[in-house]
Design a protein around this ligand. Structure first.
Ligand code: GDP
Ligand code: K
Ligand code: MG
Length: 293
């Protein structure tokens, strides 16, 4: 049997479950997940390898109207996911009505490649609503094959994977057959810390934060990590650290627990907080953090 391989790019509105799906497909927590929009800021590869195929999934940020330079870069990641896809996954969720962005929507309905429309979160639906929504989406996106799924409960995910394998082009693998992702270890440290910030702080704080890992030293029995949380203003620094450092300590403990599972090793982590004025609109800083392609 000839080998198949291709890029399967997942796009959709914020919070529909794109990252949850990619993690379910890969079987690893590559993408962080929270109930907040803009949790995912990058395009992240998750690679599924089998003897006869290699699927390179791309998780992408939810589609939004950019309000600052960071968000413009985030939407550039989404655009790039359109340009190199062999198969497009357009994810929507039960109860979602309108597509917010016409430009992206037009790209989907006029796509020259297979489009799988995944109607997610059907665990929150009933049969009647489900049937009505499948019909409505089929009318809106006639070129798509529709799969009702629950990424969270792993319902119908295997069926989607089987269909992807059928649709994959014949090709040698793009990455080594033991590769799981394109991102380095430090990326997952940064993202894990950012997830804890999204979960522990309100309002604008998570959106003003970037994380950079300055040191990642793997020893025989332990990984030693030094990371920096960057904020835009002094007041935000105080909030991140909290009374007597309690808030930051909590972030560190939660991140460490996740990272020990992810790397399957004991972790020692130190986290510092620095002010990096207006980094979200600074081209140099954005490039440094991997946002400008
Ligand atoms: P993304 O922004 O599209 O990447 O969405 P996430 O994967 O971060 O998920 C957003 C929220 O939806 C999180 O709270 C998830 O736990 C939740 N979620 C994702 N998939 C499902 C699902 O199938 N059912 C339910 N009930 N919730 C889900
Ligand atoms: K989210
Ligand atoms: Mg996401």
């Amino acid at each position: 049997m000839s080998h198949k391989a291709g890029f399967v790019n997942i796009i959709g509105n914020p919070n529909v479950g794109k990252s949850t799906l990619m993690n379910a497909m890969v079987g690893e927590k590559l993408s962080i997940i929270t109930s907040k929009a803009q949790t995912t800021r990058h395009r992240i590869f998750g690679i599924v390898n089998d003897e006869n195929y290699q699927i390179v999934f791309s998780d992408t940020p939810g589609i939004i109207k950019p309000a600052y330079d960071l968000q413009t870069s985030m939407m550039d990641f989404v655009k790039s996911a359109f340009s190199d896809a062999d198969i497009l996954i357009y994810m929507v969720e039960i109860g979602e009505k309108e597509l917010k962005d016409e430009e992206f929507f037009n790209k989907i309905i006029h796509a020259k490649i297979p489009v799988l429309l995944l109607l997610n979160k059907i665990d929150k639906s009933n049969q009647e609503l489900l049937e009505e929504q499948v019909q409505a989406w089929q009318a809106k996106v006639p070129n798509a094959e529709i799969f009702p799924i629950s990424a969270l409960e792993n319902f119908n995910v295997q069926e989607v994977l089987n269909r992807i394998v059928e649709l994959l082009p014949v090709s040698p693998p793009y990455y080594p057959k033991d590769a799981l992702t394109d991102k380095p270890e430090r990326f997952f440290v940064n993202e894990t810390i950012r997830e804890k910030i999204l979960l522990n702080y309100d309002k604008e704080i998570p959106y003003a934060v970037e994380v950079e890992t300055e040191e990642f030293k793997e020893e025989e029995n332990i990984i030693r990590i030094k990371s920096v949380i960057m904020v835009e203003r002094d007041t935000q620094k105080g909030i991140i650290i909290g009374h007597k450092g309690a808030a930051l300590k909590k972030v560190g403990m939660q991140a460490r627990a996740d990272l020990e599972l992810f790397f399957d090793k004991q972790i020692h982590i130190e986290i510092f907080v620095k002010v990096n004025k207006d980094w979200r609109n600074n081209a140099f800083q954005l490039r440094r953090f991997g946002y400008n392609q």
